[in-house]
Design a protein around this ligand. Structure first.
Ligand code: PXL
Length: 269
C-alpha cells in the first residue's frame, strides 16, 4: 500500500494505548498515512484511571516539532493534550516557524475517568492565542461549554456555542454531541458561517476511551490527503463509529476502541 500523506501529532502519551499519541499513530497508520510525533507529556494509566502525568520540557517539545518537520514536512498537524500555558506558547512558536496550514486541535481537558489533563490557566491561553492558528477545533460538550462560556443542553445550544467559539478566531468548529441525552448522536459542524449536522446511531458501551483523540486524528488524516474539511469530518465520524462497534473490550474500566477496523472492513470485501 502506498502511503498517502504525512501527519504530525503534537500530543501526550497514553501508556494504555487507547488514547493520546498511541491512538493517533494507530489511526493515521490504519487510514494509510505516515505519522510523526512530538510528545508533550507522558501519562501512566490504564482503563480505570490515570496514575501520573510527567510533562516533557518545553525545549524538547519544540525540538521534536521543528527538527522533525524541517526534514519531513507534514501535510497536516493534529494537536491533542497541551497541559500548561508554557506548552501552548511553545507549540504556537514552533507552529509559526514551520508553516503548515492544516491544523486540527482537539482541546483535551479531562480524561474519560474524569481526571483533569490540563491546568485551568492553559485553557485561557489556548482561547487567547492558539485558536487563531487553528483550522478546526473538535470539542465535546463539556469542552465546548468551557470554551463558549455557556451551558449546552440542546442541538440549538450546540449551534450557538459553535458560533461563539468561531468568534474566538478558529476557522471551523466540530462540537461532538455524544454527551447529550438525545436518541441519536448529533455532531454540529460550523464552517464558512454554515452549519452541517452529522447524525449517528448511539452505540451503548463503556468502551469509549480515546474516541476524541481518534476522531481528530482521523479527520486530520483525511484532510491531509486533500479531502474537504466537511468530507473529512463525515469520514472521521464514520471511522470512529466502526471502531467503537468493533471494540475489543479490554480492561476493567473504559476500554479502547478498534483502530484497525478500517483494515478489517476492506479485508471482508
Ligand atoms: O482522550 C483524552 C486524552 C488525550 N491525551 C492523553 C490521554 C487522554 C485520555 O486519557 O491520556 C495523553
Amino acid at each position: 500500500m502506498k502511503i498517502k500523506s504525512k501527519v504530525l501529532v503534537i500530543a501526550g502519551s497514553d501508556s494504555s494505548g487507547g488514547a493520546g499519541v498511541q491512538a493517533d499513530i494507530k489511526t493515521i497508520t490504519a487510514l494509510g498515512s505516515y505519522a510523526m510525533t512530538a510528545i508533550t507529556a507522558v501519562t501512566s494509566q490504564n482503563t480505570i484511571g490515570i496514575n501520573s502525568i510527567i510533562p516533557i520540557p518545553t525545549n524538547v517539545i519544540s525540538k521534536q516539532i521543528e527538527f522533525t518537520s524541517k526534514d519531513i514536512k507534514p501535510d497536516a498537524i493534529k494537536i491533542g493534550m497541551l497541559h500548561s500555558e508554557s506548552v501552548i506558547k511553545t507549540v504556537l512558536k514552533s507552529l509559526n516557524k514551520i508553516n503548515v496550514k492544516k491544523i486540527i486541535l482537539d482541546p483535551v481537558m479531562v480524561a474519560k475517568g474524569g481526571q483533569r489533563l490540563v491546568d485551568k490557566k492553559s485553557i485561557k491561553t489556548l482561547k487567547k492565542i492558539l485558536l487563531k492558528k487553528v483550522t478546526l477545533i473538535t470539542p465535546n460538550i463539556p469542552e465546548a461549554e468551557v470554551l463558549s462560556g455557556m451551558t449546552i443542553k440542546t442541538i440549538e445550544d450546540m449551534i450557538y456555542a459553535a458560533k461563539k467559539i468561531n468568534i474566538l478566531g478558529v476557522k471551523s468548529v466540530l462540537i461532538k454531541g455524544g454527551h447529550l441525552e438525545t436518541k441519536k448522536i448529533h455532531d454540529v459542524f460550523l464552517y464558512n458561517n454554515k452549519i452541517k449536522i452529522f447524525n449517528s446511531k448511539k452505540i451503548v458501551t463503556k468502551n469509549t476511551h480515546g474516541t476524541g483523540c481518534t476522531l481528530s486524528s482521523a479527520i486530520t488524516t483525511f484532510y491531509s490527503c486533500g479531502k474537504t474539511l466537511k468530507k473529512s469530518c463525515e469520514l472521521g465520524i464514520n471511522y470512529v463509529n466502526h471502531a467503537i462497534m468493533t471494540g475489543p473490550n479490554y480492561g476493567k474500566g473504559h476500554g479502547p476502541i478498534n483502530h484497525i477496523n478500517n483494515i478489517e472492513i476492506k479485508k471482508r470485501k
